[in-house]
Every structure is written in C-alpha cells, then in structure tokens.
Design a protein around this ligand. Structure first.
Ligand code: NDP
Ligand code: 2IT
Length: 446
C-alpha cells in the first residue's frame, strides 16, 4: 500500500459518517502520488495525516425568534482547516443540508484553492442548517445576529475572514457585519462580499462566475479555440450562475440553460442580457423560482426535477452544488459533443463523472482551480480594506483576469511536469498542495 492510500484508509476509519469529506480527501490524496514519491519529505513529516485533520472545528447553538414569536434552534459551524499560508478564509453556507462532513469537504478543498490564488489565505468554511427560503428579511436578520454573536469570538481580519456561499449573499453579509461591528466596536475587513458603501470590492459579486468563464477561455486557448459561438449549459441560478451567463454573453458564448433545486429551463434562443437582468430581479429581489422564466419568455421549456446535462452543448458550467453530475450525465454530455467543463460549483462532478471527462480527454477544469476567482477577489477586497482604499472596477477585473490566467498556467505546467499533460485535476491538486505542505514543514510541528 502507498502512503496516500494508507492515509485515505485511516481518514475513512476516523470519519465514517462524512461521505463528501472522504470523497474530497480520496480525490486529492490519490492524485498526489507523483509528488509524494518524488519528495519523501512529505511522508517523513506526516503531512497527509496533518493536512486531512482540521486545525479547529467550532460547533455552536444558534437560537432565534421567528415572526410568530416561536423559538427556533439551528446549528452553527466554522471549520478552521489550515492556516499554514495565511489567515483562515472561506465562505458561509446556509442550507438545510449543511452538516459537519459537507463543511469539512468544503474547507479542505478551500485550502488548496486558496493556495492556487497566489494570495496569502488559509482554508476554512462555515455555515448553518438554517434555510433562508421562505423566511422574512427580519427572520434572516435575527438569525444572522444570533449566528454572529457566537462566531465573532473566533474570527477577525487577521484570524479568520468568512464570506458568502450558497444561501449567503449581500443581504446576509450585511446583517452579519452589522452585528460583528456592534459587538466588537470595530470596523474592519472581517468579512468579504460586503456592500460597496461599507468596504466591499467592485467585481466581488461577479468574480466567481467571471473567473470560471476566464478559466474556460484559457483551457480553450490551449486548443487554439475560443468561446465565440459556443453553446453553454449552466446549472444553478444563483450568484455564480448569473455572472457566468453575463460573462459568456460578453465573450460571444450562448448560455441556454439555468436551474434550481426544483428544475431546469432550456432557452434555445439564449439567455441574453435582457433576460439575465430579469433573472437577477427574480432570484435576488423577488426570491422566486426559475420555473417562472418559462412562463415569462417564449420558446422556453421547463422540466421539473431535471438537471441540464441532457441538453446538447459544447461547454458546461455546473454552478449549483456538489455531486450534481453523475457518471450517466457525464457520458451524455460527452456523447452530445460537450468538450469543456469549467466548475463554478465546488465538487459538482461525482468521481465517476470526473473519470469519464479525463478518459475522453475533454478540457475539464476542477472547481478548486476554475472557481478560485471568487475567493481571489475576496483576497483583493481584504487588500483594499487594509489600505482603506477602493480600487476601480477595471483594476479589480484586470487583477481577477490575471489571477485566473496564472492559475491556469500553473496548473497546466504542474500537470505536465509530473507526467500528466492536460490533466487539470492532478495539476491543481499538486500545485495547491506543495505550497501548503512546504509552509507546514517550514513552520514546524504545530
Ligand atoms: P446561491 O445560493 O447564490 O445559488 C445556489 C444555486 O444553486 C441556486 O440556484 C440553488 O437553487 C441551487 N442549488 C443549491 N443547492 C442545490 C441542490 N441541492 N440541488 C440543486 N440545486 C441546488 O449560491 P452560489 O451561486 O454562491 O453557489 C453555487 C455554487 O458555487 C456552490 O457550490 C458554491 O459552493 C460555489 N461557489 C461559490 C462561490 C461564491 O463566491 N459565491 C465561490 C466559489 C464556489 P435553489 O434556489 O432551489 O436553492
Ligand atoms: O467556495 C468559495 O470559494 C467561496 N464560497 C468563496 C469564499 C470567499 O472567502 O470568498
């Protein structure tokens, strides 16, 4: 047995009820074999045993009153996974499916993703099983205030800097920031994704979607191709999906699908800027369902309970959630001519789906590389906060674009160096790992 598979087995025994965490650990550790055999120092320093164990897990009660005056109790989490290369950094997810194993997978992935950005940030994730759907603004505010009342003692602008993820957008970050400021009497860059009038960065809302499209563009360039005229399937209809569609439109692509947890819309004419503006109002202001798109625009079909992957496309941008593409769907995508997958979501492809993409040698950009633009721009927000400055839109977008080009180049080169040309999974995992692992060795056994 190899060192990596020994540790995978140990981690499985230790965390039997965390399937998503084990899935992420297995994928990363197995792809590290080439770097582990070349450099025995990682085994000697027991880096895999250490890097798969969070530095700290915080679990807390979040009590709040609903609008009827009834007491509700949710569970809050913050996983501070790794601080070898910077303060803990990563989003908060509010969704009824949230549990320890899901947040551990996300925080583990975040560690390698943040390493790829080239900005000094460690890995973390947090959230709650609170469901913002159907709650009033006041309920969301009371929940966020209670959540932050506990979380505030664990975070800080140089310690741990949360941001948004599923179910946490500008509204939630505002309520969380207000409560932090009130309790700590401190106006600081403790959260990212803030409003533009109170320390937020231009382009942060756009960054994850834009970044995933920039990454796809870089992958296409390696084959002398571009996004011009490409039919694109996008899943989700939240923050990442919306700005993926916006950037695709700007670069000549044609997005034909969006979805939510109820179903998928297919618009063969393309989701142009005007339709996208309507979607943004629907999802971000009215908080409605994507089904309504098919009622509003002609020639559109809506399939209840369906995902977009049987719609013929050349490029796919999974932008909803983990494990949203299975092996069958991956086969269908490839059969229908899809040859670019750029993951806006975290771990949206099941392991068997990833195998199919790699087997068919399509351009497959795993989430930790393709969606790193979001957290990278959070890093740019932190940089602006520390200077008490805000940079113009073009400047932030140029930084984001440059960062995505550099991540792509680093990942591509690393894959080649270790004998897996074109394999962005191996490239991203090794490049992300080496920087964190070397920092851990430099800093001793802590
Ligand atoms: P949002 O909450 O803005 O949107 C999430 C979208 O995905 C919604 O359309 C939602 O539908 C759908 N969705 C969520 N859960 C499920 C599910 N179980 N099945 C089907 N659809 C689902 O979140 P984001 O756009 O911010 O996040 C989307 C993905 O991108 C996540 O994987 C997140 O981790 C990842 N990501 C986000 C970043 C960011 O900066 N925001 C950065 C990097 C990655 P519904 O309305 O029905 O819930
Ligand atoms: O998964 C992610 O990278 C995010 N949700 C963004 C994290 C951040 O700190 O901006």
């Amino acid at each position: 047995m190899s060192y990596a598979s020994d540790v995978v087995q140990m981690v499985s025994q230790r965390n039997p009820s965390e399937p998503e965490f084990l899935q992420a650990v297995k994928e990363v550790l197995e792809s590290l074999e080439p770097v582990l055999s070349r450099h025995p120092k990682y085994q000697k320093n027991r880096i895999l045993e250490r890097i798969t164990e969070p530095e700290r897990v915080i679990l807390f009660r979040v009590p709040w009153f609903d609008d009827r005056g009834e007491i509700q109790v949710n569970r809050g989490f913050r996983i501070e996974f790794n601080s070898a290369i910077g303060p803990y950094k990563g989003g908060l997810r509010f969704h009824p499916t949230v549990n320890l194993g899901i947040l551990k997978f996300l925080a583990f992935e975040q560690t390698f993703k943040n390493s790829l950005t080239t900005i000094s940030m460690g890995g973390a994730k947090g959230g709650s099983d609170f469901d913002p759907k159907g709650k009033s603004d006041n309920e969301v505010m009371r929940f966020c205030q209670s959540f932050m009342t506990e979380l505030q003692r664990h975070i800080g602008p140089l310690t741990d800097v949360p941001a948004g993820d599923i179910g946490v957008g500008g509204r939630e970050i505002g309520y969380l920031f207000g409560q932090y400021k009130r309790l700590r009497n401190e106006f600081s860059g403790v959260l990212t994704g803030k409003g533009l009038n109170w320390g937020g960065s231009l382009i942060r809302p756009e960054a994850t979607g834009y970044g995933a499209v920039y990454f796809a563009e870089e992958m296409l360039k390696t084959r002398g191709d571009s996004l011009e005229g490409k039919i694109c399937a996008v899943s989700g209809s939240g923050n990442v999906a919306q700005y993926t569609v916006e950037k695709l439109n700007q670069l000549g692509g044609k997005a034909v699908t969006l979805s939510d947890s109820n179903g998928t819309i297919y618009d063969p004419a393309g989701i142009d800027a005007e339709k996208l503006a309507w979607v943004m109002e629907l999802k971000n202001v009215r908080r409605g369902r994507i089904r309504e798109y098919a009622e509003k625009f002609k020639g559109v079909t809506y399939k209840e309970g369906a995902r977009p992957w049987d719609i013929p496309c050349q490029c796919a941008f999974p932008s909803a959630t983990q494990n949203e593409i299975n092996a069958e769907e991956a086969k269908t995508l490839v059969k229908n001519g899809c040859f670019v997958v750029s993951e806006g979501a975290n771990m949206p492809s099941e392991p068997e789906a990833v195998d199919i993409f790699l087997e068919h040698k399509i351009l497959y950009g795993p989430g930790k590389a393709a969606n790193a633009g979001g957290v990278a721009t959070s890093g740019l927000e932190m940089a602006q906060n520390s200077q008490f400055m805000s940079w113009p839109r073009e400047q932030v977008d140029q930084h984001l674009h440059r960062i995505m080009v550099n991540i792509h180049e680093n990942v591509r080169r690393t894959a080649e160096e270790y004998g897996y040309p074109g394999n962005y999974v191996v490239g991203a995992n090794i490049a992300g790992f080496v920087k964190v692992a070397d920092a851990m060795i430099d800093q001793g056994l802590v």
